[in-house]
Ligand binder design. Structure first.
Ligand code: HEC
Ligand code: HEC
Length: 409
């Protein structure tokens, strides 16, 4: 956010929230009541026969039991060929349906919205076509072969019942239908339940702990964490159906270092011609503007406590390290080796050079003067963004922690 971060963040926020509303009502359906199209979409999403060779589905990298991200954390996901790795950390698909279309905001050179970490597609429909034919992912040679697999698969009749008996005679239409059904499934409530402690708190149905409350104050305070300037926690109508997304869908270069564990560095030249010199250009790849180098979409922080590793390349293992980085990135000395892991950097009291130094945001982050307590509190606050919260589960966890505490002394 180059010119006027505050103004742009607000514009982005307002637009994102406006876009979010229709999607919210579209997703408000109980899971057991999937429409016929959503049910086909679910079958497609989890169908491991739709890769080349068979063995990988969307759900292999976006695991339903792991917040629709990849729990293997290696730190990027392998394709159907287990030796091939993409460059980027797999994001959770929860709440992905709420990303507005990619657009440039008020001032030239500032962007927001879109899907993928660089916003290169606008809709879930467009997105769903890509993994099928990505050689590092599901690796089909073309869209026709995906259609042919569905046409000869177990639920071909169910597919025809939704899209017409002659659908498979029109491979382009059929591929659009495949993408459309998957997108419909991704818009169901299964992906966007809005049942975190934070949601309950906003509706007056939960009480934050002291630490969570202090963390929220620091998170929201522009003079302290300043996190909410990009990871929006407020919505104009509290409890009125417009939920904050914990992102403004804007793009920034947070100065994340190279991840020495990123296996993409070792991919053959046909996939990664730059070898170890590879750096992720982020948004620049999409908009071809060098000012956007190394900028990535600010992710929603919903469920962030359970979706590590973090950032576009999975550099950080823990939320505490992320907050420590925001806090001390520009205060600690640079590590001697730019390929230094998070654990080694913490041990050496340094941070490695940013992957893309020229465009790093030094205005909104990097030297926040937060205390250790502030950092712990912000981490505790982000724990309230996890879906599936109930008062009973929290009481149980608190009792277990209390029981365990004296034993530790
Ligand atoms: C090999 C692992 C892998 C497979 C298989 C895979 N994805 Fe992904 N997915 C990723 C990665 C990595 C990204 C981020 C890529 C990027 O930003 O360039 C991503 C991004 C996405 C996004 C964008 C999320 C956002 O918030 O911007 C959506 C939606 C998505 N995938 C859906 C799907 C669907 C649908 C399928 C099946 C057709 C699928 N994925 C298959 C790894 C995978
Ligand atoms: C100027 C905008 C901006 C501010 C301010 C900001 N962030 Fe971020 N945040 C981002 C962007 C952009 C990314 C993704 C960067 C990347 O992948 O390289 C990100 C990523 C994250 C992630 C990783 C999420 C994931 O799923 O990988 C966490 C956690 C996070 N931010 C927390 C915070 C906290 C806590 C603060 C305040 C101390 C904060 N952010 C302040 C823009 C911002």
């Amino acid at each position: 956010m180059k010119f006027s971060p505050t103004l742009l963040a607000c514009a982005a926020a307002a637009a994102a929230l406006l876009v979010a509303q229709p999607a919210a009502s579209a997703g408000a359906k109980p899971d057991s009541l999937l429409s016929p199209e959503e049910a086909v979409g679910r079958n497609l999403f989890f169908d491991k026969s739709l890769s080349e060779p068979a063995g990988q589905s969307c759900g292999s990298c976006h695991e339903a039991s792991a917040t629709f991200q990849d729990p293997r954390s290696t730190p990027t996901s392998h394709g159907v060929n287990p030796k091939l790795f993409g460059p980027r950390n797999t994001p959770s698909l929860k709440y992905a349906a709420f990303a507005p279309r990619f657009q440039s905001s008020l001032a030239e050179g500032s962007y927001f919205g879109g899907l993928f970490r660089d916003g290169r597609v606008d809709t879930l429909e467009q997105q769903a076509k890509q993994p099928f034919v990505n050689p590092l992912e599901m690796a089909n040679p073309d869209s026709d072969s995906v259609v042919s697999k569905v046409a000869h698969g177990e639920y071909a009749d169910q597919f025809k019942a939704v899209f017409g008996d002659d659908i498979f005679q029109h491979p382009n239409k059929a591929f659009n239908a495949i993408a459309g059904a998957i997108a419909s499934f991704e818009r169901t409530r299964l992906f966007s339940p809005f049942d975190s402690k934070y949601d309950a708190w906003q509706q007056g149905k939960a009480t934050l702990t002291d630490s969570e409350q202090r963390g929220m104050d620091a998170f929201n305070d522009p003079a302290r964490g300043n996190c909410a300037s990009c990871h929006l926690t407020a919505s104009p109508t509290h409890g009125g159906g417009l939920h904050p997304m914990m992102t403004d869908f804007g793009y920034d270069n947070a100065g994340v270092p190279r991840n020495p564990a990123n296996r993409y560095y070792k991919m053959a030249p046909q996939y990664n011609p730059d070898g170890r010199a590879y750096t992720d250009l982020g948004l620049e790849n999409h908009v071809l503007d060098p000012h956007s180098r190394g900028q990535f979409k600010a992710p929603s922080l919903r469920n962030v406590a359970v979706t590590g590793p973090y950032m576009h390349n999975g550099y950080f293992q823990t939320l505490r390290a992320v907050v420590d980085f925001y806090n001390t990135r520009d205060a600690k000395p640079a590590c001697a080796n730019m390929f230094t892991s998070e654990a080694d950097a913490e041990a050496q009291g340094c941070w490695p050079a940013p992957e893309q130094p020229e465009t790093m945001n030094v205005r909104d982050m990097g030297n926040l003067h937060l205390s250790d307590q502030d950092v712990d509190d912000i981490v505790a606050f982000m724990g309230t963004f996890t879906d599936g919260w109930t008062p009973e589960a929290e009481a149980k966890a608190a009792a277990a922690a209390k029981a365990a505490a004296p034993a530790k002394r």
